[in-house]
Design a protein around this ligand. Structure first.
Ligand SMILES: Nc1ncnc2c1ncn2[C@@H]1O[C@H](COP(=O)(O)OP(=O)(O)O)[C@@H](O)[C@H]1O
Ligand SMILES: [Mg+2]
Length: 168
């Protein structure tokens, strides 16, 4: 049974509420292994049963495979992304996000294992996206990688971001 973390649950659900009303949100949950990131996210998102869910857990294989995360995210739209530059790809990601009509939550676990190219592109997309019922929930162990730290910084400082640090 899940216990505690009510303040964190409330912050994630507040972000979901914003997303539901068409303001795309990024939630970044940071903390060491076993601290309860996955459990928190699962509990916080439980009421979102009517949303479309896309979940992906990253691992070492993604870290060293440039563009792999983006390719997985865009796998449903292969015809749209073939032969695009990374800048064009970001635009496609933004258009996909902005054209969502039903609320969607995108859960990326172990975001500290995202490849640099994808992490940078997703940050650009998060910065550019103006509308769409999209909630991105990223979990990560603390990381010194700059692309990961920049996404955490976006969540920390943007009005459309939420940064949650889980400590022992
Ligand atoms: N708030 C909580 N209440 C009850 N059990 C929890 C809570 N947070 C974490 N746990 C349990 O602790 C273990 C590790 O949590 P997990 O979410 O997998 O950590 P992380 O994703 O940070 O590695 C799991 O068995 C999980 O069910
Ligand atoms: Mg986990």
């Amino acid at each position: 049974m899940f216990v505690g973390r009510q303040a964190e649950i409330d912050r994630i659900r507040a972000a979901a509420e914003q997303a539901y009303h068409g303001r795309p949100q990024v939630v970044f949950v940071e903390g060491p292994a076993g601290i309860g990131k996955s459990a928190l996210v699962r509990e916080a998102l439980r009421p979102l049963s009517g949303w479309r869910h896309f979940s992906m857990a990253l691992d070492e294989g993604h870290l060293h495979d440039a563009g792999s995360l983006l390719r997985h995210l865009m796998a449903l739209r292969p015809e749209k992304v073939r032969g695009l530059t990374s800048k064009e790809l970001v635009q496609v990601v933004v258009e996909e996000a902005e054209s969502q009509t039903s609320p969607m939550v995108l859960k990326l676990a172990n975001f500290d294992k995202a490849d640099d190219a994808s992490a940078a592109a997703l940050l650009d997309a998060a910065t550019a996206a103006q509308q769409g019922p999209l909630l991105a929930v990223l979990t990560a162990r603390p990381s010194r990688r700059s692309t990961v730290a920049r996404m955490a910084g976006f969540a920390r400082t943007s009005s459309t971001g939420t940064f949650i640090e889980l400590g022992p």
